[in-house]
Design a protein around this ligand. Structure first.
Ligand SMILES: NC(=O)c1ccc[n+]([C@@H]2O[C@H](COP(=O)([O-])OP(=O)(O)OC[C@H]3O[C@@H](n4cnc5c(N)ncnc54)[C@H](OP(=O)(O)O)[C@@H]3O)[C@@H](O)[C@H]2O)c1
Ligand SMILES: *[C@@H]1O[C@H](CO)[C@@H](O)[C@H](O)[C@H]1NC(C)=O
Ligand SMILES: *[C@@H]1O[C@H](CO)[C@@H](O)[C@H](O)[C@H]1NC(C)=O
Ligand SMILES: *[C@@H]1O[C@H](CO)[C@@H](O)[C@H](O)[C@H]1NC(C)=O
Ligand SMILES: *[C@@H]1O[C@H](CO)[C@@H](O)[C@H](O)[C@H]1NC(C)=O
Ligand SMILES: CC(=O)N[C@H]1CO[C@H](CO)[C@@H](O)[C@@H]1O
Length: 332
């Protein structure tokens, strides 16, 4: 039977892990700060869709090294840490866990998250997943699913000559099938190309809203999109990404993907007071996912000869704000 390991069982990892476990598949987890709580009591999940339930993972490990000692053959290693390549290369921690037949699934935001895994584990199938779920872990082991479950999974196949293409495609379908059987009705398998288009399209939203909220000291989505000057700025960033991505990927976006005007209009209408999660990271002194949301898109486009000056401005300002914040913190 397939054995699944969730690496970094926070909000997203524990949520999807708990649903895959509903299929009867053994699902184990690597935790960190929440290890003792999860080891003792498992996860308790609350969800408007799935109700309240407790999930006891098959095995709970305090670290990747501890998971290695269990000597399990993992069919899937699902990576749900925050993608912080400037802080740590999490792919290195999977050395010794990946064996022949292991597929690595990345459920993370941003661009370029697959590359470290793809380079380090050339034999493994790399699956790339994007989700719009809204979930959090308000205290250790307590997972609050707020809304949405949509998740798209695609094989990561940047080189068309790769001989293991077919394997990665069938593993994508198999993994998506696990999610669907676990109750995630809107899990869907995409091609490599369409999944990368989804990643770029999400960058248009996250790279415009997230840094702008932090740099304007915590504005909500609705406040920003209703302010005449900020609305011009948001649209400018979105357009920059939405016109650059098709050139980088060599194909136009599918017609059904929202335009910048549609995104801004729907944000204006939703005055629920919500802010991008990057604001929460900023306020609580945690590292922000700056590199995968801003730095990597800028560098990937630049390597193909395209500049995104608005993105570059946001990136430079926010990175220095983070550096200064951390310097001030370390003096305390
Ligand atoms: N939450 C959402 O609604 C949402 C929606 C869409 C996409 N995403 C994306 O999904 C990804 C995961 O986000 P999340 O909200 O689930 O983050 P999260 O709650 O912070 O979960 C990440 C977990 O990984 C653990 N971890 C990190 N490094 C580890 C290591 N070396 N060994 C063991 N455990 C480790 C963290 O432990 P610590 O507690 O010790 O840090 C934490 O429990 C991100 O890329 C995010 O942008 C999230
Ligand atoms: C606010 O924007 C961020 C995108 O960066 C998103 O995560 C969040 O869901 C948005 N909230 C609403 C209500 O649109
Ligand atoms: C930023 O907002 C916080 C509240 O979220 C407030 O305490 C702080 O004074 C503000 N900083 C500036 C520079 O306005
Ligand atoms: C608006 O945001 C709230 C909370 O952030 C959410 O519950 C609701 O579904 C959103 N409405 C729309 C139309 O996106
Ligand atoms: C990016 O936006 C999505 C909504 O489109 C949201 O779920 C996610 O949390 C955002 N990521 C960050 C790091 O803010
Ligand atoms: C580092 C950290 O936050 N550890 C916590 C893990 O969870 C237990 C139980 O909730 C806490 O007591 C620890 O402080």
């Amino acid at each position: 039977m397939a054995e699944v390991l969730i690496f970094g069982a926070g909000a997203v990892g524990a949520f999807y892990g708990s649903l895959i476990a509903k299929t009867g598949t053994p699902v184990s987890v690597v935790c960190r700060s929440n290890y003792s709580a999860v080891k003792a009591n498992g996860f308790s999940v609350t969800s408007p869709q799935y109700g309240s339930f407790t999930w006891t993972p098959t095995r709970v490990f305090p670290s990747a090294d501890a998971a290695k000692e269990a000597k399990v053959h993992w069919s899937y290693i699902v990576v749900t840490t925050k993608a912080l390549p400037d802080v740590s290369d999490d792919s290195a921690l999977l050395e010794g866990l990946v064996s022949p037949g292991t597929a690595i699934v990345l459920i993370q935001n941003g661009l370029g998250v697959e590359d470290p895994y793809y380079s380090r584990f050339p034999q493994a199938s790399i699956l790339s997943a994007v989700t719009i779920v809204s979930a959090s872990q308000p205290s250790h082991g307590k997972i609050a699913h707020n809304r949405w479950t949509r998740i798209n999974v695609g094989p990561y196949l940047p080189e068309t000559h790769s001989s293991s293409q077919q394997v990665a495609i069938s593993r994508t379908e198999e993994f998506t099938g696990l999610l669907v059987s676990g109750g995630v009705k809107d899990a869907e398998a995409y091609t490599h190309q369409k999944l990368q288009q989804v990643r770029w399209h999400k960058i248009a939203i996250n790279a415009s809203m997230n840094p702008s909220s932090v740099l304007s000291n915590g504005s909500t989505n609705a406040t920003m999109s209703l302010d005449p000057d900020l609305a011009i700025h948001l649209k400018g960033v979105m357009e920059e990404v939405l016109t650059t991505a098709p050139k980088v990927l060599g194909a136009p976006f599918p017609k059904e993907f929202a335009t910048s005007d549609r995104i801004i209009r729907s944000t204006q209408k939703n005055d629920s007071g919500s802010r991008p999660s990057m604001w929460g990271d900023w306020e609580s002194g945690r590292p922000m996912e700056l590199e995968v949301i801003l730095g990597n898109p800028i560098r990937i486009a630049r390597a193909k000869g395209y500049e995104m000056p608005r993105m570059q401005t946001l990136y430079a300002l926010l990175k220095m704000a983070q550096t200064n914040r951390d310097k001030a913190k370390s003096k305390l």
